[in-house]
Ligand binder design. Structure first.
Ligand SMILES: [Ca+2]
Ligand SMILES: [Ca+2]
Length: 149
């Protein structure tokens, strides 16, 4: 693809983004010139753009790293474009700071959509990168054997 800012302005043609082991080669995107598709879950979604992926495990980590002037909002949705169901609406950080969305209740094989927009009105300088990785496990799962009674 020659357009380095290859993403969709609307839901139905949402750009497919792959799940990679790490974020060493994130996908470049921009909200500049995009128009609102559906109302924002927080902030002003007048420049929302869309991605989609197929779940390969129950967990996913979505990292959106913005340019200095962008305050990204990241939303994870399920369902078809006509019956979208919002799963997560994330705006945990401020302008110029990355959003890292973790979700652990995906259905393997199902298509999910990601919406990214700048929190503030206007398209602004909404350049960013996005990458999808397996969830990063920070907690240990410890099996405790039953104790004899
Ligand atoms: Ca849009
Ligand atoms: Ca934000």
């Amino acid at each position: 693809m020659e357009n380095s800012f290859a993403q969709s302005d609307g839901c139905s043609a949402a750009t497919v983004v792959g799940i990679t082991a790490n974020c060493s080669t994130p996908t470049a995107g921009t909200t500049t010139g995009a128009t609102q598709t559906i109302p924002g879950c927080v902030g002003n979604a007048d420049d929302d753009v869309w991605y989609q992926f197929t779940a390969t495990s129950a967990g996913i980590q979505i990292t959106v790293a913005p340019s200095a002037g962008m305050d990204p909002v990241v939303q994870l949705l399920s369902g078809n474009c006509s019956t979208l169901a919002a799963l997560v609406c994330l705006d945990a950080t401020l302008t110029g700071q990355s959003e890292i969305l973790n979700y652990s209740s995906l259905t393997i094989g199902q298509v999910y959509r990601i919406r990214v927009y700048d929190y503030f009105a206007g398209s602004g300088s909404g350049n960013f990168t996005i990458c999808l990785t397996p969830p990063h496990h920070h907690q240990l799962i410890i099996y405790v054997a039953p104790q004899p009674v």
